[in-house]
Design a protein around this ligand. Structure first.
Ligand code: PMP
Length: 396
């Protein structure tokens, strides 16, 4: 079968960064007792009340083709939620329901890029970003956000990348940002967002803002770049029920953007997924109706474990916690051990049976770091952090 270049180059030819994860999973299947701090999935399951709403919706007949843009009530609820949180006028016509945030990312890039166009994204980055850009024929170009600058991107670096793309003859059309950030936990402050907006205006970029962790903020507040003056017209916002409501498997997310753009995106959705299951959409609607107290309950364990880790790492200097302001991860700076993130993670797995993600999996800017997902119960989590601290101390 002679496949397209687009599909055979989605991973870009390099490692996809998941080697350590796959190795750990293999060891677990062979019966090894491994503490897994690798992926961003809650240690709780979807709340029973949400499942009951899903069940009732299915029994009530929501099993046929659902409206392709999403059911009206859910589009309405998402619009209202965004408007309340960001103060930016949002109607159901700005909202399309997608199969998770990932499908919204794909749709946004499909809407923004033609074959060969450049899309800028920030390094370190969530693993699927470059592949999503390549899957629509775009050219991913990473822009480094320095560890020593709290993993925040700078105006200068973004401007230089957009200028370089234009000079190469493949102008940048889109810029992807993610705050609160996976993997770094950075929450972009207003001045960073203003700098990003200024670059977007200067180079006429569509900003794709991945805000799937918007309910997980431990310091400061979540600001959406769409709320900055003049930005709603050049922004797509990606949202999801996965992280905020522990509904990763239900595959309900959304894309928010200018009304005129959404008609075109709807044509894409009609010709790809043809809608999201009605009963999962009804479940999402019910879940949103549980309100912000429920969302705070889902987020609380991560805030608690972040505090446990801070405490457990006090008084040692082998590893530095780059204090995350949001999301369900910790980035540990392990450069003082002299090991790369890859080597550290491998040694930790083999010698202490703890699996963490090497920073390198998320791009060069996270080299010399490892990412810890705070997704196991408090007691074993705290024990694992202490074990990692002792392991690191023995290396320096
Ligand atoms: N963006 C980021 C930053 C993520 O971490 C994830 C999931 N890990 C997603 C998007 C996609 O999530 P989903 O498709 O489940 O909404």
């Amino acid at each position: 079968m002679r496949l397209s270049n687009t599909i055979t180059t989605i991973t870009g030819g390099g490692s996809d960064g998941w080697d350590l994860f796959i190795k750990a999973r293999k060891m677990i299947s062979q019966g090894h007792d491994i503490t897994e701090l690798t992926i961003g999935e809650h240690d709780i399951k979807t709340d029973t009340r949400i499942l009951e709403a899903m069940h009732a919706a299915a029994l009530g007949g929501a099993t046929g083709y659902a409206m392709v843009p999403g059911i009206d009530a859910l589009r309405h609820a998402v619009a209202q939620r965004l408007e309340e949180r960001t103060g930016t006028a949002t109607t159901p016509d700005n909202v399309l329901i997608t199969a998770g945030g990932q499908a919204a990312l794909f749709a946004a890039f499909r809407a923004a890029l033609d074959e060969g166009d450049t899309a800028l994204y920030i390094n370190p980055y969530y693993a699927t970003y470059p592949g999503t850009i390549r899957s629509v024929g775009g050219r991913p170009q990473a822009v480094v956000a320095e560890a020593d600058n709290g993993f925040l991107p700078s105006y200068e670096a973004l401007d230089a990348a957009a200028t370089a793309a234009a000079a190469r003859g493949a102008p940048a059309k889109a810029l992807l940002i993610n705050s609160p950030n996976n993997p770094t936990g950075a929450v972009y402050p207003r001045d960073t967002l203003a700098a990003i907006a200024a670059v977007a205006v200067k180079h006429d970029l569509i900003v794709i803002s991945d805000e799937v962790y918007d309910t997980q903020v431990w310091e400061g507040e979540h600001l959406s770049i769409r709320a900055l003056e003049g930005m709603a017209e050049r922004c797509f916002v990606v949202g999801s029920m996965s992280k905020s409501h522990a509904m990763t498997g239900s595959r309900v997310g959304w894309l928010v953007g200018p009304e005129a753009a959404m008609g075109h995106v709807l044509n894409l959705l009609t010709n790809t997924n043809y809608g999201v299951a009605g009963f999962t959409q009804e479940a999402a609607l019910f879940a949103l109706g549980l309100g912000s107290a429920f969302e705070a309950d889902i987020a609380a364990p991560f805030q608690r474990r972040r505090a446990l880790a801070q405490k457990a790492l006090e008084g040692q200097n082998a590893i530095r916690l780059s204090k995350p302001s949001g999301a369900m991860y910790l980035m540990l700076d392990i450069r003082a051990t002299g090991l790369s993130g890859d080597a550290f993670a491998d040694k930790l797995l083999m010698e202490r049976a703890i699996a963490v993600m090497p920073g390198e999996s998320f791009g060069s800017a996270a080299a010399g770091h490892v990412r810890i997902a705070m997704t196991i119960p408090d007691a074993p989590f705290e024990a694992a952090i202490k074990e990692i601290a002792a392991f690191s101390a023995a290396l320096v």
